[in-house]
Design a protein around this ligand. Structure first.
Ligand code: CMC
Length: 453
């Protein structure tokens, strides 16, 4: 491979055959300007593309690499989640997402992500107990909510409240102590449903509901969200199962923007509550976790099947910033495996709720059909992603659109905290500090204000 550089000539990268023969694969970089060569080791994972180890590149050659958006950069070593975007494969600790969604439950998946293995019966009982007994939040934290406007977006509240947890749980902020790291992980997984449900209750002016220990994780969240103190609340097993499945499908997704944010924040030694608050902020954007909210808005705006071609045309127009929400993915260049499970869950939920005429479903299905046949989308390998159907399910379950991303944050917390823990426990971990290609002014002298034209 030859990389042309107008300023310094060319860098030639070639496979180092002698290094490969010795069992230590490497590539050789040749600087066209000076003729100097540099050997870069090639590291192999258990599966997936090999990576060129450039950690010593700058020190030895004086070059940085340039990769905005990190499209070709592996920023860490990880054993948690594997994605093959071309084949549409997603594995957690080696287990396919389809099997986990069908056969497992969210608590098991949390244990798996955190500890690396599925729990035994006794480990599962103990883990569920640990999570259950951490679901309440400090009473003073509840008072914190009253500082927000009632119409605040739940994600705005969650950024603030989750960040504030570090002010309440001082006994689990020492990141050097493995036990404190585990307690913080349990606390975050346990309290997130309470925090998200409270954000919702606050926005509609209803009293906060305390968690109930006899309920499962998903049931408890539905209870705290939709229950009221003056009436008994009974779980609907199909909806609880669907909620649990939605949590599983969102539990982790390798080094995406929010996870990388959590790792970057944590790389400086920041406490886990602050790091997860940073992840929530990153997730909020419409290109990431905010997409399911945007999908529903888009489907409502389309309004009728007849108007789909008009929106597809707009999505293809480079002068129009409109994109088909719920379509495309940085990594998946095939059908997102989570989207398939989500589509099935969508039918189950609508069926169980007796919703025969959900007006947005036919629009979504027709949009998917048209886009999957359209040359523009086919060429660019743009398929529906996890968010395409999740909004319809959540709407049917009665969640307001503004809660969609909050639900995503709730479910992703286990992924974030597992990745954070893995990073802290990695002896090679360093503070994240990317470099840049500077294109601004070089040094110039200060000009007093009266002398500036
Ligand atoms: N509608 C229309 N065109 C699209 C879309 C879309 N949804 N997504 C990508 N493209 C086009 C894009 O314009 C570009 O075309 P060209 O090569 O002619 O310039 C090409 O496809 C590649 O796009 P990209 O922006 O380079 O791809 P990316 O990997 O940087 O972006 C993405 C990935 C998810 C941000 C993007 O596909 C997108 O904005 N999708 C809509 C938002 C969405 O659904 N996000 C949820 C992602 S899944 C949940 C999560 O993990 O958070």
């Amino acid at each position: 491979m030859t990389l042309a550089n107008p300023r310094t000539g060319q860098i030639r990268m070639s496979a180092d055959t002698s290094a490969a023969k010795s069992g230590n694969p490497a590539v050789t970089l040749t600087d066209g300007a000076t003729g100097k060569t540099f050997q870069l080791p090639v590291l192999k994972g258990t599966t997936g593309p090999d990576v060129v180890d450039i950690r010593k590149l700058y020190g030895e050659s004086g070059y940085f690499t340039f990769d905005p958006g990190f499209t070709s950069t592996g920023a860490c070593e990880s054993k948690i989640t594997y994605i093959d975007g071309d084949a549409g494969i997603l594995l957690h600790r080696g287990y396919p997402i389809e099997q986990l969604a069908e056969k497992s439950d969210f608590m098991e998946v949390c244990y798996l992500l955190l500890h690396g293995e599925l729990p035994t019966v006794s480990e599962k009982v103990e883990f569920e107990k640990n999570i259950t007994y951490h679901t309440m939040v400090h009473e003073q934290l509840a008072a914190f909510y009253r500082g927000f406007r009632r119409d605040a977006h739940p994600m705005a509240i969650m950024c603030g409240v989750v960040g504030a947890l570090s002010a309440f749980y001082h006994d689990s902020t020492d990141i050097e102590d493995p036990q404190q790291r585990m307690i913080a992980s349990h606390r975050l997984i346990a309290k997130m449903p309470t925090i998200a449900a409270m954000a919702y209750k606050y926005s509609i002016g209803q009293p906060f509901m305390y968690p109930k220990n006899e309920l499962s994780y998903a049931e408890n969240f539905l209870y705290m969200t939709f229950g009221v103190p003056c009436e008994p609340w009974k779980p609907n097993p199909i909806l609880s199962k669907a909620m649990d499945k939605i949590f599983i499908l969102h539990a982790d997704h390798e080094q995406n923007a929010s996870t990388s944010t959590v790792r970057t924040a944590g790389s400086s030694g920041a406490n886990p509550f602050a790091c997860i608050a940073a992840g929530i902020a990153s997730l909020w954007g419409p290109a990431h976790g905010g997409a399911n909210e945007a999908v529903l808005k888009m489907l409502k705006e389309i309004g009728h099947k007849d108007r789909i071609p008009e929106f597809v045309k707009r999505a293809k127009d480079k002068n129009d910033s409109f994109r088909l929400m719920g379509f495309g993915h940085r990594v998946y260049k095939n059908y997102d495996p989570r989207a398939k499970v989500m589509q099935q869950t969508c039918y189950e939920v609508l069926d169980s709720l007796g919703i025969k005429n959900e007006p947005l479903l036919p629009i979504a299905m027709e949009l998917e059909r048209i886009a999957l046949e359209d040359e523009y989308f086919v060429e660019r390998k743009l398929y529906p992603n996890v968010d395409f159907y999740s909004g319809i399910i959540l709407k049917a379950m009665n969640f307001p659109t503004s809660m969609f991303t909050a639900l995503f944050a709730l479910a992703r917390t286990v992924g974030w905290i597992s990745q954070w823990k893995e990073m802290i426990e990695d002896p090679t971990q360093k503070i994240s500090r990317p470099r840049q290609l500077y294109t601004g002014y070089t040094g110039r002298d200060y000009v007093p204000v009266e002398a500036r034209g």
